[in-house]
Unconditional design. Structure first.
Length: 303
């Protein structure tokens, strides 16, 4: 029996994490379901892929061979499906735009107007991605450009900064600091925090303010993949979190309070695109973004 691509994706996740719990979280499935799929793959291949005990998971020799085969195979498949989607989008004169949170700030309507003037007849398709993919579809070539929060750990993605915003602490309405007009990070550093998934990489550390913790690890109450999940947990009083000033306004709701943190560096919202993408329409979109943001992007362009 042939292995399915889904089985290979599950296998690669476990092989990279060497932890079934973290792999299941990354894949957004339950751990028992993941274990069942791996056992099925081992049965189909008639090979043991992992050595497992209560303390650790490691690859067998067969598992190492399969990992070397599965990674490039999945990459090629992703490239192929992305190329097909790109061809369909180009024929329909549609540009696929990714985002991680609600853009708000009156920015997106302005971008649509500027882009329509630059590229008449083209349409923007906005798609929201979870925090598990901090590139909002760019890494998997599911999008042509995306609104990203920096930092992004991807050398093949170029970015142009659109806005810089102060970071706010998100607190439950009953938190002792909820009535303050401003706080310092030290006042909340030891509290349980809501964290982005590990796959968010340096962006996870930025929203935990790791560089302000003097090498002390953050206490993680929960990992979330969306802003709605983050605010839901904070509203219970189980944890605190950090957000940008713009998202503090966009996601305002009962049960939470957002307070400026005076001593943290600002958050940067950027537009990103594939560095080697030669299409004029993509650069037109990037220019439309900086036009709408009221900046020529000369200070925010990164290669």
């Amino acid at each position: 029996m042939d292995a399915h691509l889904r089985d290979l994706r599950y296998f690669v996740a476990v092989a990279e994490e060497l932890n079934f719990t973290r792999a299941a979280e990354r894949l957004h499935i339950s751990q028992p379901a993941l274990s069942k799929q791996i056992r099925g793959l081992e049965t189909a291949l008639r090979a043991r892929l992992f050595l497992r005990d209560r303390r650790q998971v490691s690859l067998t020799a067969a598992g190492t061979v399969l990992l070397n085969v599965a990674r490039p195979l999945l990459d090629r498949w992703d490239e192929g499906t992305a190329a097909v989607a790109g061809a369909v989008a180009a024929e329909a004169r549609r540009l696929r735009i990714g985002t991680l949170t609600s853009i708000g700030r009156d920015l997106y309507p302005g971008i649509i107007d500027h882009f329509a003037k630059r590229e008449p007849g083209w349409r923007l398709d906005l798609r929201s991605f979870s925090w598990a993919d901090p590139t909002a579809g760019l890494r998997r070539q599911l999008t042509d450009a995306a609104f990203l929060w920096l930092p992004v750990d991807a050398d093949d993605i170029a970015v142009r900064v659109l806005t810089c915003e102060p970071r706010y602490a998100v607190l439950s309405a009953g938190h002792p600091l909820a009535g303050r007009r401003e706080i310092t990070f030290a006042e909340i550093a030891d509290e349980p925090f809501v964290a982005l998934p590990r796959t968010a990489g340096p962006l996870r550390e930025f929203w935990l303010a790791t560089d302000h913790r003097a090498s002390r690890p953050a206490a993680i109450a929960a990992e979330v993949t969306s802003a709605d999940e983050k605010f839901e947990i904070v509203s219970t009083g189980a944890a605190v979190a950090l957000v940008s000033e713009g998202n503090a306004a966009v996601y305002d709701r009962p049960g939470i309070v957002c307070v400026p943190v005076s001593d943290l560096s600002p958050a940067q919202l950027a537009v990103g695109w594939h560095r080697d993408d030669p299409r004029h329409v993509v650069r037109s979109f990037v220019d439309a973004c900086t036009d709408a943001a009221g900046s020529d992007g000369s200070q925010g362009y990164r290669t």
